[in-house]
Design a protein around this ligand. Structure first.
Ligand code: APR
Ligand code: PHB
Length: 391
């Protein structure tokens, strides 16, 4: 089998890239290790930057999102018994869209199949060959048999635990890795959410009230990296959330049936460059940000936006100029998102190592933001997503 672009992974990066290439008439094959059900059920974040919404709109994939999403024009921060409202729209002219990543993934899969395209599910890639030449080959398994896919270019969209990044010789890649000393315990609850996306800094730890729909809440509390969340009763989760949100005895946060629990370690990770020969990495395969800035999905979309334009030039006019710039252009945005996500993480989390002085500096930063339009604008312009670099 032969194609122009072999895309590995049907997460947001791989799916958006496949659609962008389809629109440009560039032949591609999409290989995904897991089943369709598994990929569609995977719960992740749900904050879409306007740039991500634009790509969905350009691709004609925004129908259900327009009907079912919610708009956030402000975000709230709670600390020391106060509620600080940071306007997004009033400071930047833009808002974010609340729509679950798994809903985006469902829409992208359905649209690809409806347009007669294919996605090879349950097709784990086992190895890459010849990535430093001009005819790389992807080896994968499907329906009990071994297969080979010859390509002009491979797009490594296979997430943090995929096979593409490890296929690059160690001497050709630099890894920047930072593990934060805590995790998020997340739940999904069948209960109406509070009005605004709310981030809390409390002396006992961070908390976040988010949502998936007017009837479904998504909440998180900071826990230790090695926390055994099975030992937490539902009541303990709610107590921690009320306390950290300053909601004890007020009960603005409505408790409901908890239908999912998960734990995620916070880390920042960047692999550079995002290219080796004819292999191009995009999304979590190349970088991870802590979820505090809600940037993971948006960065994956930003990568493939740059990559698809570069591939269009390459296949149209054989020009490698944009492809050669891909890693530099993508990494400039990635590092700004890593910086912002790390800033938000440090601003809002409890560090066991913090002295009384460190804690004062942390809450003073929040107090300063509350009194400074300039600080609010800086926070907001990153939250809605920095402008795209004109390439
Ligand atoms: N062969 C084929 N597919 C693979 C392989 C493999 N060897 N290894 C991993 N995959 C698939 C995974 O099953 C997954 O569906 O690659 C896909 C990668 O998808 P994501 O992990 O969602 O990564 P990405 O598309 O970069 O999306 C980034 O998703 O992880 C979140 O927070 C992150 O929001 C961000 C976004
Ligand atoms: C979520 O809704 O899951 C969510 C929202 C905002 C974040 C992280 C996660 O910063």
């Amino acid at each position: 089998m032969r194609t122009k672009v072999g895309i590995i992974g049907a997460g947001p990066a791989g799916l958006f890239l496949a659609h962008l290439l389809d629109r440009a008439g560039i032949d591609n094959v999409l290989l995904e290790a897991r089943s369709r059900d598994y990929v569609e059920a995977r719960v992740r974040a749900g904050v879409l930057e306007p740039g991500t919404v634009d790509v969905m709109t350009q691709l004609g994939l925004d129908g259900r999102m327009r009907r079912e999403s919610m708009i956030d024009r402000v975000i709230d921060f709670r600390f020391e018994g106060r509620i600080m409202r940071v306007p997004l729209e009033a400071t930047t002219g833009q808002h974010v869209t609340i729509y679950g990543q798994q809903e985006v993934v469902k829409d992208l899969i359905a649209a690809r199949l409806a347009r007669g395209g294919e996605i090879q599910f349950e097709a784990p890639v086992t190895g890459l060959e010849g990535i430093d030449g001009t005819n790389p080959v992807i080896r994968y398994k499907h329906a009990g048999a071994d297969h080979a896919l010859e390509c002009d270019v491979i797009a490594g969209c296979d997430g943090f635990h995929g096979v593409c990044r490890p296929a690059i010789p160690q001497s050709a890649i630099t890894i920047y890795d930072h593990e934060f000393p805590f995790a998020w315990f997340g739940i999904i609850s069948r209960s109406p959410p509070i009005a605004e996306m709310t981030y809390a800094n409390h002396s006992t730890g961070f908390a976040l009230c988010s949502r998936r729909s007017p009837q479904v809440s998504r909440h998180y509390v900071q826990v230790a990296s090695n926390e055994d969340i099975d030992k937490w009763s539902d009541a303990q989760f709610w107590d921690a959330l009320h306390l950290r949100m300053g909601d004890t005895g007020i009960n603005e946060i409505i408790e409901g049936e908890i239908v999912q629990r998960d734990i995620a370690q916070l880390r920042a990770f960047v692999a550079a460059p995002m290219r080796y020969g004819r292999l191009f990495l995009a999304g979590d395969a190349a970088h991870i940000v802590p979820p505090t800035g809600a940037k993971g999905l948006n960065l994956a979309v930003a990568d493939v936006r740059v990559l698809s334009r570069a591939l269009e030039d390459f296949f149209r006019s054989n020009s490698t100029e944009r492809l050669d710039r891909y890693s530099d252009v993508a990494l400039r945005r990635v590092w700004k998102a890593v910086r912002y996500s790390t800033y938000m993480t440090n601003l809002l989390h409890r560090y066991d190592t913090h002295s009384a002085f460190d804690r004062k500096i942390q809450v003073t930063e929040l107090d300063y933001i509350s009194s400074s339009e300039a600080m609010q604008k800086a926070l907001a312009e990153n939250y809605v997503g920095l402008p795209f670099e004109d390439q």
